[in-house]
Design a protein around this ligand. Structure first.
Ligand code: SF4
Ligand code: SF4
Length: 199
């Protein structure tokens, strides 16, 4: 499936989760291994491993996500996925609605560095490409590090990465790129940098 904005991509993830939620008779358990987490641009080589010493599991994926955000010391108010998921009644992210068994959240003092890739113009449609190109960083493969494995091409939800034109780096169509940065997260070589034109 192709998505044209970050908001559409988020919506697609929630649609997918809700289809599992409502089509399965069995209950779903979500498990997150956070013994070693990645801060920054994870989960690929661009992230930095940090010991979070946590394994989080629950019957509500939104609650698991929101607890993980708190364990990492990040700001839950910036997780549009959790906010929108709760608005759609797919689960809970508010602390007062989640029962936690095991270690208390107050016992964690992690301060994970959030990804630089959070795009504040995520809801902007492709038609505003000119503005987007000026103010939002774009992912650019480094020809010294890129091995042309094309994992970025496989994962790109907008389908805007193509085979290399010069045999050195993949071709990225920035007019259609939704700046979701999945390519950066998946790249096994940490070969993708963020660049912005003017601002
Ligand atoms: S995933 Fe990274 S190494 Fe592989 S083709 Fe894309 S930029 Fe190059
Ligand atoms: S090129 Fe990268 S940032 Fe742009 S849409 Fe594809 S995966 Fe997302």
């Amino acid at each position: 499936m192709k998505t044209e904005t970050e908001a559409e991509f988020m919506s697609f993830l929630l649609d997918l989760y809700s289809s599992f939620l409502y089509s399965k008779k069995d209950r779903i358990v979500s498990i997150m291994d956070g013994i070693i987490g990645l801060e920054g641009e994870g989960p690929g080589k661009s992230g930095k491993p940090v010991s979070a010493k946590a394994v989080i599991a629950g019957m509500d994926a939104l609650a698991v996500d929101s607890v993980a955000i708190r364990v990492a010391g990040l700001d839950l108010r910036k997780s549009e996925l959790c906010i929108e998921g709760e608005r759609r009644s797919l689960g809970y992210s508010s602390a007062d609605k989640i029962d936690i068994f095991g270690v208390l959240l107050s016992e964690f003092d992690n301060k994970f560095i959030p990804p630089k890739t959070k795009s504040f113009l995520g809801k902007m449609p492709i038609s505003t490409y000119f503005l987007k190109n000026l103010v939002v960083k774009k992912p650019v493969p480094d020809k010294e590090k890129c091995t042309l494995c094309y994992q970025c091409r496989t994962i790109c939800p907008a389908g805007v990465i193509d085979k290399s034109a010069d045999g050195r780096i993949p071709f990225y169509d920035y007019k259609k790129c939704i700046r979701c940065y999945c390519c950066m997260e998946i790249c096994p070589e940490g070969a993708i940098d963020l660049r912005r034109k003017i601002l």
